[in-house]
Design a protein around this ligand. Sequence first.
Ligand code: PBG
Length: 343
Amino acid sequence: SPASGGGTFARPRSAGMVRPIRPRRNRRADWARRLVRETVVTPDDLIWPIFLVAGKGVREPVATMPGVVRHSVDEAVRAAAEAAGLGIPAIALFPYTDPALRDAKGSQALNSDNLVCRACKAIKDSVPEIGIITDVALDPYTSHGHDGLLEDGRILNDATVEVLVQQSLVQARAGADVIAPSDMMDGRVGAIRAALEAEGMIDTQIMAYSAKYASSFYGPFRDAIGSSATLVGDKRTYQMDFANSDEALREAELDIAEGADMIMVKPGLPYLDILRRLKDRFAMPTFAYQVSGEYAMICAAGERGWMDRDRCMMETLAAFKRAGADGVLTYFAIDAARMLNDA
Ligand code: PBG
């Protein structure tokens, strides 16, 4: 007791020796570790982002992301079936757009026959049990690589939101289950929700990239969708400053008030503090995006024999869940689900 100076956990003393309290007892054996384990990762926690490309029978490797390929629509259907077979609940679609089809306004985003829409329809037909998440932002479609409309070097907010609303409707009509705005324009979640309601698409979920930071960890992704070479400037006038944390609370609060069903933090591992704050504050379904650069780092170190790729993968996934994530978007999804199913 405090009165006797022993603190809350008074140590038993004998012959003047302080005997330690022994937390290691619970770590002694595998059965004991399993018994007291607080966090468990299952395939249900995984969302697999996949890249799309034109053609048929195409599986085109992404140089900066070992093991990741761009899939033609028919291959995306096979990939979706594989994911479903492993128990992965949902996939997220990202297109590589032919440079000849990119323009300043990102017009292809509104083409109801674009790669994402065709993939949505084909996957819904063949693999109806898997959830489909589609990204809302203009960067795969713009010649300048920005997520919004560019005028005199500035990203226009409200004009961009109008286009994003149309993009969302096009995707929802094609069969997307979850609309995931990753653009960070102000007011887009509310505008998208209102438009979905007005069209009677009351079941379409919105997963908001609520706390999306202007990050250098997106490098390999921009290679994968072919926007890195063309990106003019950076995205710091709309993506968040990585020095900020309270700002993430304000962003998430707005997205929830505007109608988001789920919120997300991105990137993942360097932002576990943000994840924990959002989960504790809002108690919403909260996701982490383990982004392309995080994937590339682990793979690169694994290839060099500097770290064990698969063990690092499983450790990071458990870390996301421990920090409060309900699930993780990760390029490791297939490998992780296989390991979890075999264990
Ligand atoms: C585009 C978008 C990006 C990512 C997902 N959606 C890149 C960016 O904002 O530049 C990054 C994903 C990754 O790095 O894995 N709006």
